[in-house]
Design a protein around this ligand. Sequence first.
Ligand SMILES: [Zn+2]
Ligand SMILES: [Zn+2]
Length: 247
Amino acid sequence: MIFSLPKILSTSGKLAELIFFPSFCQLCSVLLELPQERVICHGCWEHVRAQRRSYCLCCGRFFQSMGEPHFCSDCLETRPPFSLHRSASKYEGKVKDIILLFKYHHYKVLGKELARFAYQVLKEEEELWRKVDALIPVPLHPRKRRKRGFNQALVIAEELEKIKGIQVAQGTLLKIKNVPAQTSLDAEDREKNVIGVFRVAQDDQIKGKRLLLIDDVYTTGATVRECSRVLKKAGAKEVKAITLAQA
Ligand SMILES: [Zn+2]
Ligand SMILES: [Zn+2]
């Protein structure tokens, strides 16, 4: 029997998919049948939508109410070290489930799809994308990265790099202390936990640049604030930030 090369390649591609990707939706257990379905079914992705709420024009914190975006009382009192932050969604429901699968079950493919979702939600925010020289993923400590297998913020940043053509400055910002995960701490301890944890490795990549920090989840904002402070101290002209979701 003679096999054509494309057929062999497509068969081996299918086999690879069966090995790497489950055939049932990891959230609702339906059979994944559509060719573009990976890990999560189309129906579950349908629940992932943009948040139609008002938010702070500076820190991006969602307000409970609808209405025009405005500055929150915290930002009116003290501006954070970043000029702008936006989350694509609240950290709840299916978005939260998918982020958890992405981070803790090694499904990098979900990170790429989440990045595309975030871009769809935030692409109209002209200020966010204007004059950005580089994307900076919030780093993980090397030990943590080895344990997880990848840095989730880097996966998101690389997908945004593909979409927007803005380069990822990898290895520019480092996490030099392996501190407890922010998720295990209360608000006050989160602030303390990130102090002195980040360091800029290459000042020349930062000086005079406008940077867009990328992370997965924004809770108290302590991580994004501390990274921005360190980048500004190293000479960044401006720091803005994007997160997939905020708690
Ligand atoms: Zn599903
Ligand atoms: Zn604010």
